[in-house]
Design a protein around this ligand. Structure first.
Ligand SMILES: Nc1nc2c(ncn2[C@@H]2O[C@H](COP(=O)(O)OP(=O)(O)OP(=O)(O)O)[C@@H](O)[C@H]2O)c(=O)[nH]1
Ligand SMILES: [Mg+2]
Length: 324
């Protein structure tokens, strides 16, 4: 039987070290957003039309996406019009609060495995966004929690993709189920889930291709994998993680819309937040897609994936030292 809906466990995080790493990684985003806003309002006592126009420009070029930037601007103009946002500090505070509101996206309901069944997670996204690395990092994290983790090499398009997953599996202590290059990914997934069920695995992470001959091929293949997984284990894949590369900015929003429409997603994983100036895209994705950003990647190491914490993120951008 498929369980009802799961309540996400809050991951314990070693906040301090991670927060400083997050802050460092987001320094370009911070200077592009908060830094520019500070320059616009510095020394000003009141918000006038010229300031409003300059703020508009900052927001429209901060990779938030047009819709989100517009909503922030409307909020600011409204507040100024109603004389609620008259000084620069109030304006900054209001922007921060509104971004937090956008980032507060409820979990998407999805089936959970019944007792004794593995949690099956399908990981999708276009090529190069960080799917395989995310699987490695997530597997490492789950292994540390005492879970028995399996990786399934569902990207059979390239031999190197299978090898890459095998290397990661060895490194993080996860079992890897694979077949040779060119094998039907759905067959590999079917075998993987069967093996995980009979050998008591807790989690199955399915790696998938990011590029096939055509976009239609890719979508058809992902749909088939999803279907076959559900046939083998009703409810599977319980979660579908879409991996997006933060450095692609607003393009990531378009990718999310496409995968959401074609496949359906339960969680977004945003990688490469370290060093990008386009971190504002997190706010745009959350507000536009209403799919929660579950984890963020801030480096290439196996320890560089963390649960996304909106408060921490906004504080890192607006440079405050508190983590909660
Ligand atoms: N800086 C940084 N690099 C990352 C992060 N996540 C992944 N990468 C790098 O991005 C590159 C692509 O990662 P992969 O995991 O191979 O991406 P993929 O989506 O599996 O790619 P395909 O299999 O080709 O579709 C690698 O060099 C990773 O090390 C991150 O959070 N930060
Ligand atoms: Mg890959």
């Amino acid at each position: 039987m498929i369980g009802i809906f799961k309540k996400r466990e809050k991951q314990e995080s070693d906040s301090k070290g991670f927060f400083s790493k997050l802050k460092k990684g987001l320094s370009k985003t911070r200077s592009g957003l908060k830094g520019r806003i500070d320059r616009v309002i510095s020394g000003k006592k009141e918000i006038d039309e010229q300031i409003l126009e300059e703020i508009e420009e900052v927001l429209f070029t901060a990779d938030l996406g047009v819709k989100t930037a517009q909503e922030l601007i409307d909020m600011v103009r409204d507040g100024v019009g109603r004389k609620e946002l008259q000084n620069p500090e109030a304006l900054k505070y209001a922007l921060k609060q509104k971004m937090l509101e956008f980032l507060d996206v409820p979990e998407i309901e999805h089936p959970v495995p019944s007792h004794g069944e593995p949690l099956v997670i399908m990981v999708i996204g276009i090529n190069g966004v960080g799917k395989t690395t995310t699987i490695a990092k997530a597997g490492y994290m789950m292994g540390k929690e005492g879970k028995k983790v399996m990786f399934v090499a569902g990207d059979t398009f390239r031999a190197a993709a299978i090898e890459q997953l095998q290397i990661w599996g060895e490194r993080v202590g996860a079992e890897v189920i694979s077949q040779k290059q060119g094998a039907d990914p759905s067959a590999v997934v079917y075998d993987g889930i069967t093996s995980a069920m009979s050998r008591g695995f807790d989690v199955v992470l399915i790696d998938t291709a990011g590029r096939l001959h055509t976009k239609k091929n890719l979508m058809d293949e992902l749909k088939k994998i999803k279907r076959v997984a559900g046939k083998r284990l009703p409810g599977a894949p319980h979660e579908v993680w879409l991996v997006l590369d933060a450095t692609t900015g607003q393009n990531a929003i378009m990718q999310a819309e496409m995968f959401q429409k074609e496949i359906g997603i339960t969680d977004i994983i945003l990688t490469k937040l370290d060093g990008t100036s386009k971190g504002g895209v997190v706010v745009g994705i959350s507000n536009q897609l209403k799919i929660p950003v579950r984890y963020i990647g801030i480096g290439e190491g196996m320890d560089d994936l963390r649960e996304f914490d909106p408060v921490q993120f906004v504080n890192a951008i607006f440079e405050e030292s508190k983590t909660n």
